[in-house]
Design a protein around this ligand. Sequence first.
Ligand SMILES: [Zn+2]
Length: 227
Amino acid sequence: MYFWGIPFIGPSILILIPALLLAGYAQFKVRSTYGRYERVRTADGISAGSAAERILAAEGISDVRIERAKRRLSDHYDPRARVLRLSNPGSVSVAAVGVAAHEAGHAIQHARGYRPLALRTSIVPVATLGSQLALPLLILGILFRFEPLISVGILAFSAAVLFTLITLPVEFNASRRAVAALRSGALVNTEELGAVREVLFAAALTYVAAAAVAALQLLLLLTARRR
Ligand SMILES: [Zn+2]
């Protein structure tokens, strides 16, 4: 159905609300949990950088460098450069150690040839392009009522959605590896391990919410087209 030339999605758009609420809650949860454990020092005084170093060493990984990331909470593992970037490697907070262990988890995935990570890395260029082009293509397609443009727009958006879905097993697995490594290396105590789990769970929730919002948006686009 079209309304002033715009495909009319109608009340079905309401199915986005729970996912958007989850996304908002997850953002709040990750900030508040990270903020709380950012103020708690590890009992042994181990820093985020040395926790990551020790985890990598225990796994026999020697070709991954650890650098300082530019922004707060921008910690990540770069599989192309084989660099683990931590926003505060010198921090001895439980939160920073947990995040560092998670990023080390990605480096372990890479070293072990964990398939979902390789898949995610390979679709990054397509997904990035897709997320940039989808909206302009859809708007132009709708404006000029040019169906093929809408199809390409939906295809571009699908690439971005696929990326958010593949991200889920990759992130859960990295957190599992982080908790296992922290425990087996006795890098944190039981209480701290619980805090790390809380931080990583909140972070995982943001990925789940992002995937849910993206997948539902795609579903809405596809159903609006059918009418
Ligand atoms: Zn991650």
